[in-house]
Design a protein around this ligand. Structure first.
Ligand SMILES: C[S@@+](CC[C@H](N)C(=O)[O-])C[C@H]1O[C@@H](n2cnc3c(N)ncnc32)[C@H](O)[C@@H]1O
Length: 406
């Protein structure tokens, strides 16, 4: 019997990370060509590797560490291709995916709490409310991981029973930017302890947020991120691409799509990952729903003397109309996970010749791509990107064109 028809062989990994047999059974933590024994156990095949992290299976951070590189790459490609196939679509050119390296993630959201007799700080457990007390992490940048031990000791000293805290960590130009949520120092002594913790760990910024928005406690110099040599202030809670190599891959694919188009719209622009990657000779209109983010983008553009026009705009409620869109030679859009159904409906009715859609959700992307293709756009090229190594989150860049006759 061939492996394709053998009902006990894992053939592929489904969107949620389970291996799937030829007869459609889902098997957690299995890899392609693993085999189910008569007794229902798993016999590891050539694509099943030893996971590098001691917290594997228990931690919700990475669920696919048991896949070798080849099968993880295939998983990333399949996620994108199957989502498109579900809408009856395919890309003219499908580029090989870019997969981020281990220990490259510049952002992490952790939880901390007293649990029973021990204090824990780490990611949420896989499919549970537990906290995995992080002793090792194969995805975070070492600068972030270095803060975990001291942070655990510090939070333990201020923790209250049955009181979860959340920790947001970001690696900025100046070092680690840390925000502790659901915590407020309630004495001068605690404020001093916070500052001492920030200082001794050389944090770039330390903020607390007890439900009324982040309050900065420590920021020796203004915290920034740099895009293409342009330094941009980093407001609290801003979106950033999660890895440096992933961001470079997204930007390279975007530049290939947009080329030297003179007038470009960057929708859902954030702090300007794509806006600032465009050349000095290109005029960019950047629209974004976060007032803080677009304010930071605008300030940086002005300081750099770039031809960038910004608008604080809710693109779900007030998408750009076809008349507004038709001024541009290219439109970049990088919406949140829900996609951009209404904005895409307007683009579909426009005559914009080039559309570069960057997505962090193949399913909403495929739905939106269908709208564009039904309206005469052609999906020329697609670049899958695996920035969330060993997770089921997959991103992509796509290039659509419409000729005026279309
Ligand atoms: C995936 S991020 C992309 C940001 C940026 N392009 C980047 O790569 O850094 C999506 C962005 O959409 C913004 N956003 C979310 N909802 C929005 C809305 N309704 N209108 C406009 N922008 C929105 C978010 O604030 C966020 O900056």
């Amino acid at each position: 019997m061939s492996t394709e028809t053998d009902p006990n062989v894992i053939l592929r990994v489904a969107a949620k990370g389970d291996g799937v047999t030829a007869d459609g059974r889902h098997v957690a933590f299995s890899a392609p060509l693993d085999r189910l024994s008569e007794e229902g156990g798993l016999i590891k095949g050539p694509h099943h590797v030893d996971p590098p992290c001691q917290h594997f299976k228990e931690c919700g951070g990475c669920s696919l560490q048991h896949l070798d590189h080849e099968s993880y790459v295939q998983f990333v490609v399949d996620r994108v291709v199957y989502a498109l196939e579900g809408q009856g679509l395919s890309a003219g050119t499908l580029y090989p995916p870019q997969i981020s390296k281990p220990k490259s993630r510049i952002r992490a959201s952790l939880r901390a709490a007293m649990m029973g007799k021990s204090f824990k700080l780490g990611f949420s457990g896989a499919g549970s409310h537990r906290i995995v007390d992080l002793k090792q992490c194969e995805i975070m940048r070492p600068e972030l991981f270095a803060v975990i031990g001291p942070l655990r000791d510090f939070l333990k000293s201020v923790a209250r029973r049955k009181h979860d805290m959340n920790v947001e960590m970001t690696l900025a130009d100046q070092g680690v930017d840390l925000c502790i949520k659901n915590y407020e120092p309630d004495s001068l002594k605690q404020r001093e302890a916070l500052a001492a913790f920030a200082s001794s760990n050389a944090l770039a910024r330390l903020s607390v947020d007890n439900g009324f928005g982040p309050e900065t406690q420590w920021e020796p110099e203004p915290v920034t991120v740099t895009f293409n040599g342009i330094s941009v202030a980093l407001p609290h809670n801003s979106f950033l691409q999660p890895t440096g190599d992933g961001k470079a891959a997204l930007v390279a694919a975007m530049l290939e799509t947009v080329g030297d188009t003179k007038l470009v719209a960057d929708l859902f622009a954030g702090l300007g990952t794509f806006t600032f990657a465009l050349g000095d000779n290109q005029k960019v209109y950047a629209a974004e729903g976060s007032r803080d983010a677009i304010g930071a983008l605008k300030m940086a553009a002005n300081l750099a003397g770039r031809q960038i026009f910004t608008e604080h705009r809710d693109l779900f409620r007030r998408p750009l109309s076809p008349e507004e869109l038709n001024r541009f030679g290219a439109v970049i859009l990088d919406p949140p996970r829900a996609g951009a159904r209404d904005q895409v409906a307007q683009i579909a009715q426009s005559e914009v010749p080039k559309v570069c859609y960057i997505s962090c959700n193949p399913a909403s992307f495929a739905r939106d791509a269908k709208q564009l293709c039904d309206a005469g756009y052609k999906l020329d090229a697609l670049w899958p990107v695996g920035q969330f190594l060993w997770s089921t989150h997959v991103e992509l860049v796509s290039s659509f064109t419409k000729t005026s006759a279309g």
